[in-house]
Design a protein around this ligand. Sequence first.
Ligand SMILES: [Zn+2]
Length: 1103
Amino acid sequence: MCSHGSNHHGLGHDQAVATTAQPYPLRAPVPVGKKITSLYKKRLVNFFTPGQWEKVNLMAAQSDVKFGGAPHVQLQVWDAPDTSRPSFAEATAESNTYREARVGESFGPSWTTHWFRCTLTLPEALQADDAHVELHWDCSNEATVWTAQGEPLQGLTGRGERVEWVVPASFKDGKGHTIYLEMACNGMFGNGPGRPIFKNNAGGDSIQPPDNDKYFKLAQAELVAVNLPARMLLIEFSIIHDAATELPEDTWEQHEALNVASRIIDAFKVGDDASLTKCRQIAAEYLGDQVDSAAVYETALDRRPTVYAIGHCHIDTCWLWPWAETKRKVVRSWSNQCDLMDRYPELNFACSQAQQFKWLKEIYPYGWQRVKEKIKSGQFHPIGGSWVEHDTNLPCGESLVRQFLYGQRFFEAEFGFRSTTSWLPDTFGFSCQIPQICRLAGMTRFMTQKPCFNSVNEFPHTTFNWVALDGSQVLTHMPPCKTYTAEGNLGDITRSISNHKSLDQDNTALMAFGKGDGGGGPTWQHLEKLRRLRGMADTVGVIPRVHSGATVDQFFDRLEAKSSSLVTWFGELYFELHRGVYTTQARTKLQNRKAEIFLHDIELLATIASIHDSNYQYPKKELDEIWQGIMLCQFHDCLPGTAIEMCYDDSDKIYAKATATGQVLLANVLAALGLKQSDVANLKLDEATAINTLPWPRRVLIEVSDGKAVVASGEGHALSVSSFEASSETKAVTIKETSDGVFQLENDHLTVKVENGVISSVYDRRAKREVLAGKANQFVIFNDMPVYWQAWDAEVYHLDTREELNNTKTTIHEDKGYRASLVTETHISEHSSVRTTISLSAALSDDQPSLIECEADVDWHETMKFLKVEFPVQVRNTEASYETQYGVIKRPTHYNTSWDMAKFEVCCHKFADLSEHNYGVSILNDSKYGFATVGNVMRLSLLRSPKAPDGNADMGRHRIRWAIMPHSGGLGAETVRTAFNFNHPMRLLGPAGSGSVGALAKAPVTLTGDDNLVLDWVKRGEDDQDVSLDDLPKRKGKSVVVRVYDAVGGLSRGTIETTLPVAKVFKTNILEDVLEEIVVDSGRFQITLHPFEVATYRLKLDQ
Ligand SMILES: [Zn+2]
């Protein structure tokens, strides 16, 4: 206890009294008993909670004067039509009829909006200068308070979450003052059935699909003169109560808390304000006497543990409510904070997601101005530097880059700075390249807390250096209080140290406090509690010192000074819980994959056209809109598949719009390049061009009509086309039924045997080996009932219920010389079935692998089932490889330890691979992300059927493509390129009337050298004069940005050559800031990448 030595409250009050100089009495005057601790503890709760004692306990002192109903609170309401969310101007239009409304009336149904015109007339009793008057409004749903002039002031959330609006002093004139209340018929967590609770519960469960017929009763609408000393005593008593009940009984601080609390109870007299003063004096013996202001935080921080409290408000951009409601949650939540900052100077509030700031700017100019002022004055901190709090497993590398590029550019353009901290508290696991991408986006710090919810292994660090595949690191902190919505209770503070896994290295912690998920943010209660917890730490000690007033940057600045002594964690932060999210909502994942590919192609072609043709304008505005839509859908409850059905109706519209806009952009750019989409069947071969948007030579079969195929081959983006020659005698691929139900497909490389609809053998004739070790392309189905979070989780025990699906019929579908295929019907249940095509195409060259391609047409109507397809292979390795953004990650194929076993379902991108020395098998896919490799069985996850929170998730038709790719050698560039090829089918185009295909014939930017280097993306410079649309400084002239990465992990060298008139070349970060100038000679420059590096080059052109 030496640390309390200087504190005058360090010794208990009673002990101090006992030292007065009375002679020690000869005889004991009265018997004194030892307090029965358990009874004294139990008594405490009765003093400050509602219930049978509420008329005589501290509750009775809370609000001494209340006025409801006319003439003090007059209510009129206008019900917005259907589920529209009108603006203030629309809602207050003269044509709207407002009718009388009253407390006790119900409003609904779910998702409707009701605007209240509320006239407040303060009675004389509330007009005193020192009266603290609030409007208390509780309708169990959400609302926004507006001035009569249309300024949104703050949000209100029912069920006691945030029900007070402080009435301005200007209302104390006895006259009527009008405000508006915009009521949203949803709770903080949407409209789940029953009471808002996340629990398997017959009476209600908030992750079940919303109840669209909920009504909300206006329980309270009254003016209240608040008895502030009583309110503060309530807060103080609750803290002392927590100390008395939560601290261990072997601490004197616990006993002291119990003594102090008991004395407060004894001193309290109902209706006697003087007793409140006395009670608060007693409380101050435990909490200190500085707790009524931010001055409590002025004591110097020292070596003792410190918990940095950061106000935060996690607003899921969509989840149990649609985007449209999120826009209102933003203005409600952030206005609350602006209001609190005026009263609590210590409040520092960190807030992420550029998209939400953009909505505020566009829809709520008053709220935006208010937020901008608070950013300027230093209390409101935009953080995270990303467009939304995105998923990190599923988006492709370029999508992650754009999340940060668009996010940081928005922050810089609007606020004048970029974020240094990546802030993803709630994202479902973190890909191993995030540290590299963060560093390339100007961020050195990373904050999350999600891994603390691991269901198998406890994550061993709180504060550490997290290291990417390429070795890049970010300084990482996971708030040890295990939440990003801390309530600011004593337990949050103590857990911040007791759960701290890195105390041997540092004893500070971040605590993000405030209502969240559904928005809200800190309340005055949080701020008052924290002041008292700091006072307690400085007065009696025992708990860590909470500090309010510092920023997240300041917290990390301290850590950075000692970063070299912090432990390291290499590779992904695999989340041992939400493993279903690689598969749930398959359509959204397919749309995301397709959109990413589409954007790749359009940006490449548009870049070429915009340089080649001075009349062609790079479509930056449209590209920005498409990207922003796609990035919005990458939000961590949307793309992973954990939102309600309404959100997927919304995201479908975003993808549809992106596709429609994209089609127009494509037609325009093709026209500029002298091409147009034509009737392929009638194209003359010498007029046809195949567009290759990938950076390597290709040789591809393209079917132009039934039975007729052509071969596109060559380098560059416009490949020439020749006819595929095959006669019946010399079929390049054959198919035959060798015995009843047994088929054989064969090309120059492979002999494939299909029995009862499954692939029983793949013989690699060049490698002279059997590829399979069992029935491949075998569908398997599992019962899929996780512990609770349906759409999120596939739990380990689902593996115990594996059942093979039987195929009913296989027939020859195609025997075309260039391609042969079989169709198999598979019965899943009386509701569901699969029709699978297994095909083998002609081997076009010996240096190109043959694929066994599969396409499944699934009609899926299951309940809590998980459909997968298996590939047992004759390959042995303790690790399998999975494509991730800009690289591959290895994961175990065994269950040696609990860490290995926890990865029973993992994320892959376009391929997963199991290779041994000199041979392996890759499984490619066109839209899937869930995979498992157990021993030698590779298993691609296809479809799930959770019923919450979207009761119709994944029901209906799905077309899914995958391929088996046996290969000689280990995992290498061949798999990487083939997986790209598989996802980028080639387009056959005809000539347009004008324009010249010449610009495409030779790719304007080429990469040669090590084949593991991928020239992944080509785009125009963000700041180019003729491209840039935002307010950031522009650069003169045109430039081309080229992104390259090493895909399999090794020092790689290459040469980039351009036919463009290049003046200078710079290596840049992903924000396109110059890192260094690169020597360029005759349009060529050398590049060297370290393993798994992502490198960006900006080619400044001479025009
Ligand atoms: Zn979230």
